[in-house]
Ligand binder design. Structure first.
Ligand code: SF4
Length: 506
C-alpha cells in the first residue's frame, strides 16, 4: 500500500537539526495517512490504491488540496462513492491550511484532531496519532472490532451495543499502550517512557494498529482462517470452539453444580440452546449464586466457565472446522435492514446547440453536490408509473412544468402560464439503469427530450447557474456525476450515436 511508509522518527538525523524540514515531512505524512484512511472507509484497499496515487499526483500536499475547486475534488472522487467524504476532506483541508495555529499541519493528539478537523472521527484520529506521530492511540475499525470480540470472547452486537463497543475500545487502548512500552526500546539510547503514562513516541503504535487491522482483513475475516492465525493462544472464542469440538462436559468433570458468579458477563448475549447442550450436556444450567439462591445462566456464560476448565488439545481438521464455526459467530450479527427501493425519472434535455441541461444536487444527503440530469423521484401516488407509457406521461409533465416555469420567469416576469413549449420534443424512454447503494436500491428510468431552435431560452434559467446550467457534451463528460448517473449518460450517448448514424444513412 503506497501510503505505508517508514515512521518519521523526530529524534533521528536529519530531523533534530532541521525543524522546518521535519514539520514539512510530518505535514505531508499526516496528509497522506488522513486521505488514505478516509478513502478506505467503505471502500476496498485494491480500489483505493489507484485513487490514492492519482490524488497524490494531483494534490501532493494539503496546501494544493485547499486551493482546488469543490468540483475538481468531487470529480477526482468519482467512483469511490459516499461523496460527502470528498466534500468534508476539502472543507477540512481549507480550514487546516487557513488556521494560524495549524498552518497545514494536522494536530497530533486524538482529542485535538477530532475537535479541529471536520470529518475526522475517533478512528481516523487514532490512525493519524499512532501512524504519523507515534502516540499510543487505538484505531478500531470494523475489522478490529471483530478480532477483539473473538479474542475476548465477547458475544455482542458491535453495531448497536454501546457498552460492548466501549469495552472493545478500552481493550484496544490498553493493548496499544502496552505495545508502545513493551520489549526493547526501538533505539538503544532512548528511554521508552518519560513517565509511566506517556510513552515516548515510537513506531510501535502505528505498526500494531495496522497489523491488527490487517489480521482482521486477511485472517480473522467473517469466516476466520484460525488454522493460519498467529494469536490462537490468546483467543477466547478459539478456546471455546475447542471446548465445543471436544464436547467437554464441565459439569461431569467436577460432579458439582457450577459456581461461575465471578465470571458472569453482563455484556454477552446468550447462544442458542444447541451450543449449551454441546458444552455442558444440559440445555439449561442452574448455578448457585453467592447468596445461595439458584438461577439459570446464559449459554454464553456457561461456555466461559468451560473455557477456564478446558485443557488445550491438538486440533484435527474436523475439530478446526468446529472451532471456525464457533468463532465466526462473533460478533453477534444484527438483523440487516431491508434495503429501500426507489425509482426516478431521469430527464436528459438536449438543446439545439447540442448542450444538455444539468442540475447540481443539494450539499447534503445522497450524492451531495454532484451533477445530474433533472430528475424526479416517483412517489407512492405514482403507482401508474409502473408502465412505460405512464412514466413517459409523468416525464413529459415534469419537463414541461420545469421548462415552462423557467421560461415564464425569464420572459414574462412571472405572468405567463406554462405555455410556449412548442419547441419541446419528447424522444422516449431509453431504458432503465439499476443502481445499488448500501441502503437503497435505485432504478433510474432515462427519458430524452430535444428542444428545437424555436424554443427560447431567453432570460436564462430561474435556478442560479451554480445549481443548474446547460453543458456541452464534453462538459457533461468531465462533470462530477455519480457512477449510476454516468450510466444514464452512456444510454443518452448511445441514443445520440444511433440518431446520427440514421441521419447519415439517409
Ligand atoms: S484464532 Fe481465529 S477467531 Fe481467534 S483471532 Fe485468530 S482467526 Fe480470529
Amino acid at each position: 500500500m503506497p501510503w505505508r511508509k517508514p515512521w518519521i522518527d523526530p529524534s533521528e538525523p536529519p530531523w533534530p537539526s532541521d525543524p522546518s524540514a521535519l514539520r514539512s515531512a510530518l505535514e505531508r505524512r499526516a496528509y497522506e495517512v488522513w486521505i488514505s484512511e478516509i478513502m478506505l472507509q467503505q471502500t476496498r484497499v485494491a480500489v483505493v490504491i489507484d485513487y490514492w496515487n492519482r490524488w497524490m499526483a494531483r494534490w501532493p500536499t494539503i496546501h494544493h488540496l485547499a486551493r482546488a475547486t469543490p468540483d475538481d475534488v468531487l470529480s477526482a472522487w468519482r467512483g469511490l462513492g459516499y461523496y460527502s467524504r470528498a466534500t468534508r476532506i476539502h472543507d477540512a483541508a481549507t480550514l487546516v491550511v487557513a488556521d494560524p495555529a495549524m498552518r497545514g499541519l494536522l494536530p497530533r493528539e486524538v482529542a485535538e484532531l477530532e475537535k479541529k478537523v471536520p470529518g475526522v472521527g475517533r478512528y481516523t484520529a487514532g490512525a493519524i496519532a499512532a501512524i504519523v506521530f507515534g502516540l499510543p492511540a487505538p484505531m478500531v475499525d470494523g475489522n478490529v472490532l471483530r478480532v477483539l470480540s473473538r479474542q475476548l470472547g465477547l458475544f455482542a452486537n458491535v453495531k448497536t451495543d454501546k457498552s460492548a463497543v466501549d469495552l472493545l475500545w478500552a481493550a484496544a487502548d490498553a493493548l496499544v499502550r502496552a505495545v508502545a512500552t513493551d520489549g526493547q526500546p526501538p533505539h538503544d539510547s532512548s528511554p521508552m517512557t518519560t513517565d509511566e503514562e506517556t510513552p515516548v513516541p515510537n513506531d510501535r503504535p502505528g505498526r500494531w494498529g495496522q497489523a491488527l487491522m490487517e489480521l482482521g482483513s486477511t485472517v480473522c475475516t467473517p469466516k476466520p482462517n484460525c488454522a493460519q492465525c498467529p494469536i490462537t493462544s490468546t483467543c477466547r472464542a478459539y478456546a471455546e470452539g475447542q471446548a465445543l469440538a471436544s464436547k467437554t462436559k464441565a459439569k461431569s468433570n467436577s460432579g458439582q453444580s457450577l459456581d461461575i458468579e465471578d465470571v458472569i458477563c453482563t455484556l454477552c448475549q446468550p447462544f442458542e440452546a444447541a451450543s449449551v447442550e454441546d458444552v455442558t450436556g444440559d440445555a439449561e444450567v442452574v448455578v448457585e449464586t453467592k447468596g445461595g439462591s439458584k438461577k439459570t445462566k446464559s449459554a454464553k456464560q456457561v461456555t466461559l466457565s468451560v473455557f477456564f476448565e478446558h485443557k488445550h488439545t491438538l486440533t484435527t481438521t474436523g475439530k478446526m472446522e468446529a472451532i471456525v464455526d464457533h468463532c465466526r459467530k462473533f460478533p453477534v450479527k444484527g438483523v440487516k435492514k431491508a434495503v429501500r427501493e426507489q425509482e426516478t425519472l431521469v430527464c436528459a434535455i438536449r438543446r439545439d446547440d447540442g448542450s444538455y441541461l444539468i442540475s447540481r444536487r443539494p450539499d447534503k444527503g445522497l450524492l451531495a453536490g454532484l451533477w445530474e440530469f433533472p430528475s424526479r423521484i416517483l412517489v407512492d401516488g405514482d403507482e401508474e408509473a409502473s408502465s412505460k407509457a405512464a412514466r413517459s406521461k409523468l416525464a413529459i409533465s415534469h419537463v414541461t412544468e420545469m421548462l415552462g416555469r423557467k421560461q415564464r420567469d425569464g420572459l414574462t416576469g412571472g405572468q405567463g402560464v406554462f405555455t410556449d413549449l412548442k419547441g419541446l420534443n419528447y424522444e422516449g424512454e431509453l431504458g432503465s439503469v439499476p443502481w445499488l447503494f448500501s441502503h437503497l436500491k435505485l432504478t433510474m428510468h432515462v427519458h430524452v427530450f430535444v428542444l428545437d431552435g424555436g424554443w427560447s431560452d431567453a432570460g436564462a434559467l430561474s435556478t442560479p447557474p451554480a445549481m443548474q446550467r446547460w453543458a456541452s457534451r464534453d462538459e457533461v463528460d468531465c462533470e462530477s456525476m455519480g457512477t449510476g448517473m454516468r450510466r444514464c449518460w452512456a444510454l443518452v450517448q448511445d441514443w445520440e450515436r444511433e440518431i446520427s448514424e440514421a441521419t447519415d444513412g439517409q
